[in-house]
Design a protein around this ligand. Structure first.
Ligand code: ZN
Ligand code: ZN
Length: 332
């Protein structure tokens, strides 16, 4: 099979031909139809996340077709369309797994980080962590739901019942979760890179009440804010934008250092929290919700071999919505 691999962080991905893997007991072999490109992939490729398996096939927002069943694998059948998310395996035994917090499992394995991911023609997955994909979505449209959507959803749940919701970083996760938030009758205040008028227009076109630069303050105090951009200096800025009792949710897996700030910015029961990974329950809830909204994903398609170009465009903030690698159908 064709795959794009990370040999060492800091280098471009390398195109390789590998033997198609065989599913072990209980596992699935999945033919990848689409894999979205997540900012986390950039953090891995750039070496900001320091524990990848190497060499690594990145990619954890995967939509594909079950091509082979390992011995005893029963929850899906041949030909089923499934989604493979970031959380690839948990131990089921640690205190987190036993208390409904499998996203915090001490021994978790992650797709496209500690397990090979979807920048390839095939992937091996554990069916217990795969989701059926709503029928209304094409493969490419569904792919960003698997992380941008899911982590965004978990971030939105952490924001509680906030009516006025700020979103910092208007990329893949934001464009999905803004639609869910509007469906829930919330108001969206979109914060982009200062001067990024195109992203601000994109946010307004999705129904935001207000859009501006991240250094600006919104016209009203917000009830909560979600930060998707990996910039720690947004934390005190977002705390200044939320009112008393407001919550700031950091939705990314990596963030630059948070600068010090006066206690008065946190005072009056403001909260800062983070979101780590996902649970299977998040996935089931979210996949049931998206066709109801209905969430429309904006995607820019690349071939698998154009993965490096997709990463470069994402790094420079030039993708509206989500970049998705799609299978090269001539080869299959
Ligand atoms: Zn991701
Ligand atoms: Zn565990």
């Amino acid at each position: 099979m064709l795959a794009m691999i990370v040999d060492r962080p800091g280098q471009p991905l390398r195109r390789v031909e590998l033997p198609t893997p065989k599913p072990g007991a209980g596992q699935l072999l999945i033919r990848v139809r689409a894999c979205a490109v997540c900012r986390t992939d950039l953090h891995i490729v750039d070496g900001e996340l320091t524990q990848p398996k190497l060499p690594l096939i990145p990619g954890h927002e995967i939509v594909g077709i079950v091509a082979e069943l390992g011995e005893g694998a029963s929850s899906f059948k041949l030909g089923d369309r499934v989604g493979v998310p970031w959380l690839g395996w948990t131990c089921g035994e640690c205190c987190y797994c036993q208390s409904g917090q499998e996203n915090l499992c001490d021994h978790a394995k992650f797709t496209g980080y500690t397990l090979d991911g979807g920048y390839a023609e095939y992937i091996i997955a554990d069916p217990r962590f795969c989701f059926p994909i709503p029928k209304a979505y094409s493969d490419a449209e569904a792919a960003p739901l698997l992380c941008a959507g899911l982590i965004g959803y978990r971030s939105l749940v952490k924001a509680g019942n906030a009516k006025r919701l700020g979103i910092y970083g208007f990329g893949a996760a934001a464009h999905i979760i803004a639609q869910v938030a509007l469906y829930q009758q919330r108001e969206i205040y979109a914060f982009t890179r200062p001067g990024d008028k195109e992203a601000q227009r994109f946010a307004m076109s999705l129904g935001a009440t207000w859009a501006g630069g991240s250094s600006e303050l919104p016209p009203h105090k917000l009830d909560a804010a979600i930060i998707f951009a990996p910039a720690g200096d947004l934390v005190p800025q977002a705390l200044r934008a939320v009112g008393k009792g407001g919550t700031v949710v950091c939705g990314g897996i990596h963030m630059s250092d948070i600068p010090s700030f006066p206690y008065s910015v946190l005072w009056e029961e403001r909260t800062v929290t983070s979101v780590a990974n996902l649970t299977r329950r998040d996935g089931i809830e979210f996949m049931a919700l998206v066709p109801k909204v209905p969430v429309r994903t904006e995607v820019e398609e690349f071939s698998l071999e154009e993965a490096n170009e997709a990463l470069v465009r994402l790094r420079s903030g030039k993708i509206n919505g989500a970049a998705v690698l799609v299978a090269n159908s001539e080869r299959i």
